[in-house]
Design a protein around this ligand. Structure first.
Ligand code: IPE
Ligand code: IPE
Ligand code: MG
Length: 259
């Protein structure tokens, strides 16, 4: 077992290096692609008698920490579930707070993300968000397109059912247009029609806050991903917790149905 106290000392190493990052300390056998369900902002705020937005703001700080930590641990792709297609069910004020934070975060972080070699990507129906947000996201995507230190994928207005419905519609349209034969559609064809087509396979899905469900996140991609749950609320999530998850993954034996 990793010693959480020792792990925490890593998180507080002095900031050094050209890119302003602490030295890399990769975990042997680290997952290439980690996807995180960032949950628990509301409960974190409630425990402090703060408004929910304070929890979401603290959640943004946790995002900053894990984005810095991921490449240090040897993770190549990090997908973050930021807003689900079902999160529209929340009160309009909270939705608007979340959208405001997203815009603010992308604007304030884009220079540093670009300078540290982060390549930004998005999954979900992000193009259906507010026009000013879409424009900012698109700019960030194009600006960082040639970076390669970390693929940072943000799931925005994302739902796995919605993703699969869109993929099925695309394939069905190609069949209808005579460009594809329905009887030859394969798992690889479906995978290629999903939002994650251009990213490495998901190795590890993490959920914070103690909930043990996927909440419509990466259902197809989760088929043989390893799952790791922690009671830590998202605003308290840091490099030490990510390291713990990464080390737990490295100890797992993946069999993919074989023996
Ligand atoms: C996760 O925190 C953030 C989003 C879903 C956008 P929550 O807001 O779901 O926090 P809890 O689950 O109420 O604690
Ligand atoms: C999942 O969290 C979505 C995100 C983290 C963006 P929720 O808080 O929306 O999930 P449920 O409602 O508890 O399943
Ligand atoms: Mg929640």
């Amino acid at each position: 077992m990793a010693d959480p106290v020792a792990d925490r000392s890593h998180a507080s190493l002095p900031m050094v290096g050209a890119a302003g990052l602490a030295p890399a300390d990769p975990v042997a056998g680290a997952p290439g692609h980690v996807a995180i369900i960032m949950d628990g902002n509301g409960r974190w705020a409630k425990a402090r008698r703060l408004p929910r937005i304070a929890g979401h703001r603290a959640g943004v700080e946790a995002v900053r920490r894990v984005v810095k930590a991921a490449p240090r641990l040897g993770i190549g792709t990090l997908t973050l579930y930021a807003f689900s297609s079902e999160n529209w069910r929340r009160p309009p004020e909270e939705v608007s707070d979340l959208m405001g934070l997203l815009l603010q975060h992308i604007r304030s972080e884009i220079d540093e993300l670009d300078e540290t070699g982060v390549r930004l990507g998005f999954i979900g129906e992000w193009r259906a968000l507010r026009a000013d947000i879409v424009a900012e996201l698109e700019r960030a995507r194009q600006r960082t397109a040639r970076n390669s230190k970390l693929n940072l994928v943000v799931a925005l207005n994302y739902g796995a059912h919605d993703e699969m419905v869109r993929a099925v519609r695309r394939l069905a349209a190609e069949v209808g247009a005579g460009q594809r034969d329905a009887s030859t559609i394969s798992a690889a064809d479906i995978e290629a029609a999903l939002d994650t087509a251009s990213f490495a396979p998901v190795d590890l899905i993490i959920r914070s806050s103690g909930e043990v469900r996927l909440s419509n996140f990466l259902l197809w991609q989760a088929a043989y991903a390893e799952l790791w749950f922690t009671p830590v609320l998202w605003p308290d999530f840091d490099e030490a917790v990510l390291r713990q998850a990464t080390e737990a993954f490295a100890r797992r034996e993946r069999r993919f149905g074989g023996r």
